[in-house]
Write a protein that binds this ligand. Structure first.
Ligand SMILES: [Zn+2]
Length: 256
């Protein structure tokens, strides 16, 4: 059956389940003990290349997560203690495998949201979220903000729905240049493709990403969590080079 027809006939969750079954069946080709994926809790002889630049040791053969997913999961389990704590969690633009893992933690009150993704629980614009103030203890927002027209407004919304004691965990692709590049004249997808290398991006973040988050009312800590492991462990867990987690907490409490 052609893929477009499959998309019409099968619900997104069913298609995802079929893909996961296919990946699981193929993962036996990579049985071994050289690398370990903490998300699907399985060992393999190698991770697979992934991305337009074919990063080596990137993709888990079984659950198809990449470096940043594994790093975030380690942080969530080891630092947030997410397998034990009862938390209100919002997951923006949910990665399907991470969402599956989080939904299995029945002590969490978990919501996921995205503008269009069929696997998200709520369809919502990150620039105008449909949740009351101070709802969530934890918000996950990985590789989302570069694709949002007004990232300052999005951060203000995330801060609004985050409890004063809550944490926002951000991941983003950072370019080596000091300042974020935004070209207001790049309006059409074709122009944005030329300006940013991807048609669905609105900016390329530079090393000032943390400052841009802080400017919207957050205290921001840049965490190089892979460095909590030895180089051998980083290789075994496939944590990549230079993946960061930005831990943002509300810096100013509004008067009640
Ligand atoms: Zn995996």
């Amino acid at each position: 059956m052609p893929v477009p027809l499959l998309k019409k006939v099968l619900p997104a969750q069913t298609r995802l389940s079929l893909r996961q079954f296919y990946w699981l069946s193929r993962s036996w080709l990579y049985v071994g003990n050289k690398v370990y994926c903490p998300l699907c809790e399985a060992a393999f002889r190698t991770f697979l290349p992934f991305g337009t630049e074919r990063r080596q040791q990137a993709l888990c053969p079984r659950c198809h997560t990449v470096e940043r997913h594994r790093l975030l999961w380690l942080y969530l389990t080891e630092q947030v203690n997410i397998t034990q704590r009862s938390l209100e969690v919002l997951h923006m633009a949910p990665e399907p495998i991470l969402q599956s893992r989080l939904k299995r933690l029945l002590h969490l009150r978990y919501r996921s949201a995205d503008l269009t993704s069929p696997v998200a629980m709520d369809h919502a614009d990150i620039q105008a979220l449909p949740y009351p103030d101070a709802t969530f203890d934890l918000i996950l927002c990985s590789h989302v903000l570069a694709h949002v027209p007004n990232d300052a407004k999005a951060l203000q919304e995330l801060r609004r729905v985050l409890k004063p004691t809550g944490q926002l965990l951000l991941q983003a692709r950072l370019h080596p240049h000091a300042h974020t590049v935004e070209q207001p004249n790049a309006i059409t997808p074709q122009q944005r493709l030329q300006a940013y290398g991807q048609a669905d991006r609105f900016r390329n973040y530079g090393q000032d990403f943390g400052q841009r988050v802080a400017a919207q009312g957050f205290s921001v800590e840049k965490v190089e969590y892979a460095l909590t492991r030895t180089p051998e462990e980083q290789t075994r867990l496939g944590l990549g080079n230079g993946e960061l987690i930005f831990v943002a907490t509300p810096s100013r409490h509004e008067a009640q």
